[in-house]
Structure formats: C-alpha cells, structure tokens
Design a protein around this ligand. Structure first.
Ligand code: ZN
Length: 398
C-alpha cells in the first residue's frame, strides 16, 4: 500500500470517527461496509488482547461466521496488521494455523512536549519502543521556534519509516478536532495549529492530546488498569490531574495543582498558597536549594520538604475525592517515584481526615513507575490510528 493511499485510508477512518462523536454525518450502522469496519476492528483488538489465535477461535470468540472471519483475517494480513505463523494446540489434536499481530507491520510516533524534555518515541503495534530520541525543552519555549524544532524531528522520523500516525501530548487544552493547542497550561501558547503544521510537513495524520489524558491511556494500555472511575494525578514539575468517570476522561480544565492548600506562598500562576507552591517539582527545587525531589528523597531519613509536600498532596486528594467520589487514586509523574515511606504518609493523611466512607480509597503509584509520563502519546497513537478501541466501544453500544 502506498504511503499516500495509507494516509487517505486513515483520514477516512478519522472522518468516520468524527461522525460518531457528532462532528459530521451519522454513520449508517446497517451499512455492510460499516459492519465490516467494525468486525475488522473487533478482530484486530481481539488479537491484541489474546496474542495468538486460530481462525476458528476468532470466529467463536466474536460470534462471526467462518467466511467473514477468513475474509477479515486475509485483509489484515494483506494490510500488514496480522501474520500467520506456527500452529495452535487444540484438545482434538488438530493444529490449525496461528494468527497473531504483525508487531512491526505498522509503526506510530509519540511526542511528549514536557517541561524539561521533549521526547520522540517510535513504537510498533505492541508498544515496543523501536527508537527513542529526546531534546531538552527550553524554559518557556517560543511556540514558533520550538514548534519548528519539533516538526523537524517528526520529519526525520517520517522520512525513515512509514508512520501510521503521530500523537503529540502536552499540558494544554486542545481544540475539539484535536488539531490546535488552544491554551498551554504553562507556556502562554495560544491557538497554535501544531498538529496541522506537523501533518503538512510530514504528510502523516497527527492529533494532539492533553498529557494527563495520555497518561491515563498508557495506564490502561500498558499498565493493565481496569477501573472505570478514578482520579489520576501527574505529580511532576507542575501538578495536573485527570478525572476518569465511566471511561470518559476529563483533564483539560482541571486545576488540581492550584487548589488553595496554604495561606502563603506565591504560585507561578499568580495565586497564593496553591498545592504547587508546596508539592510541585519547581517548588521543591526552590526549597531544596536546587535539588530535585528525587535527590531529596535519596538523601536518606525523611526530608522535611517532602513531608510537607506529601501532607499537602494528601489534603488535596481528600478534596478531590470528596467531590468526585473516585474509587481509586493513581499517582503518576516523576515525583510519584519518591518511595513508599512518603506515599504511605499521603495514605495516612487521607485515611485520617477523609470522610469514613472514602478513607479506604486505594492510593497507588502508577504501574508504569518511571515510564508513566513517557508512554502516553504511544498509547493514544496506537488506539487512535490503529486499534480505535474507544470508537469500537461507542459503536458497539449502539
Ligand atoms: Zn497556582
């Protein structure tokens, strides 16, 4: 398949996606082409989940007839998403041919525009990182200058391989079509059509995503997270959060890091006493005379600045949980790696002061630990450009 036709095909899928989210004409569900698209995605997602299966297993699991299953499998093989290989063991002694994902059949590029580092990760269908590059993000980067650097790096990746899609994750609100940064949380960027610019230069379909929304996606895709109602905190240089309710993720307007926890302390947002003034990476660095939270934690004993940070975090979590009723709280981001004694202190504060019905809410570290902020864009890219599992879920609910 030529790069152009692949691009066209993905754009069509993207337009279909938009139709179910209400931007364009509604999809006709009785349409056989739509049914085929849905079944193709069901097979693709089943292979992702199960690893290796025979055609008969696929047909049984999805309640699809055998000719349709064979046709879909043939299409997936032809498109480079699946491959035949080996035999499947069965109790009857027959050994049908095994079908599995062709991991390197398609690749996606994830870009993380972070406070200190901008990372580029090339991933195969299974989320294996094939190539990783990073650039130091300048302090308060200029949108045009830094945007051009990012585009150049994306072009380098696009020139060396055929990309199925690009996802850029950053702490910003993005437009409804996910093509422009409406407002960056920390850099003063307004209305930057970044995805559009990357797409024009790379000819690869591109979308933007809020970074914590991406972290939630990584937790589910690579960390095995199944909870439908949870609060996810990105505890890093800045602090932001996502509220996940029945699989809907809301993060863009959340200002968790700016809950007024103290009565003094000037925040970078201009407010007084925000959570960030006590617990963020930038505040800890100021208090710890240039040492990072990780360095403070490795000094041994209990560091008074980190103790204060954990107490403030515990209090902020009580507020958030009291309003949302979250069934689980996940701490991700660099500072969530400060170690169990500190996380234990957060749990202690929470258990002691939260309403008794909430006090046993589990507060856990991200299953991805150090990788929690790196894999988000990859998880979103695989879902959006390849597996489209969230769209499949929507379609199946009809
Ligand atoms: Zn603030």
């Amino acid at each position: 398949m030529s790069k152009h036709s692949d691009f066209y095909y993905k754009r069509q899928l993207f337009l279909n996606k938009r139709s179910v989210t209400g931007y364009a004409q509604p999809m006709k569900f009785s349409d056989p082409a739509t049914a085929r698209t849905v079944n193709r995605l069901r097979v693709l997602n089943l292979l992702r989940q199960e690893g290796t299966m025979s055609r008969a297993d696929i047909s049984r699991s999805l309640n699809l007839n055998k000719p349709s299953t064979s046709e879909i499998v043939a299409t997936l093989i032809e498109e480079g998403f699946a491959e035949e290989g080996g035999k499947v063991q069965t109790s009857s002694g027959r050994r049908p041919t095994a079908i599995s994902l062709k991991s390197d059949g398609h690749v996606v590029l994830g870009v993380e525009l972070g406070s200190f580092t901008t990372s580029f990760l090339l991933s195969d269908l299974k989320g294996t990182i094939l190539r990783y590059e990073r650039l130091p993000t300048p302090p308060q980067p200029d949108a045009k200058e830094w945007g051009e650097k990012v585009i150049k790096s994306c072009m380098k990746f696009a020139a060396s391989t055929t990309l199925s899609g690009i996802v850029v994750a950053t702490a910003a609100t993005v437009s409804a079509d996910r093509r422009s940064i409406t407002k960056h949380e920390n850099w003063g960027w307004r209305d930057i059509p970044l995805a559009q610019a990357i797409e024009v230069h790379t000819k690869v379909p591109t979308i933007l995503v809020h970074n914590v929304e991406a972290m939630v996606s990584a937790e589910r895709t690579f960390g095995g997270e199944k909870s439908e109602t949870l609060l996810y905190i990105n505890w890093a240089h800045h602090i932001n959060a996502a509220w996940v309710n029945n699989a809907t993720v809301t993060s863009q307007r959340s200002k968790f890091g700016h809950l007024p926890i103290a009565s003094t302390g000037l925040c970078q947002c201009g407010g007084i006493g925000c959570l960030e003034t006590i617990a963020s990476g930038w505040a800890l660095k100021e208090k710890g005379e240039g040492m990072s939270a990780k360095q403070l934690a490795s000094l041994g004993g209990t560091n008074p600045h980190l103790v204060e940070a954990c107490k403030a975090m515990g209090t902020a979590l009580i507020w958030a949980a009291s309003i949302t009723g979250a069934e689980k709280i996940i701490l991700g981001g660099g500072i969530s790696n400060i170690g169990e004694p500190y996380l234990g202190l957060i749990r202690e504060i929470f258990a002691r002061h939260a309403h008794h019905e909430l006090s046993s809410t589990p507060i856990v570290q991200s299953a991805l630990k150090e990788q929690s902020s790196n894999l988000g864009s990859i998880a979103v890219a695989l879902d959006h450009w390849i597996f489209r599992s969230s769209i499949l879920k929507t379609l199946q609910e009809y």
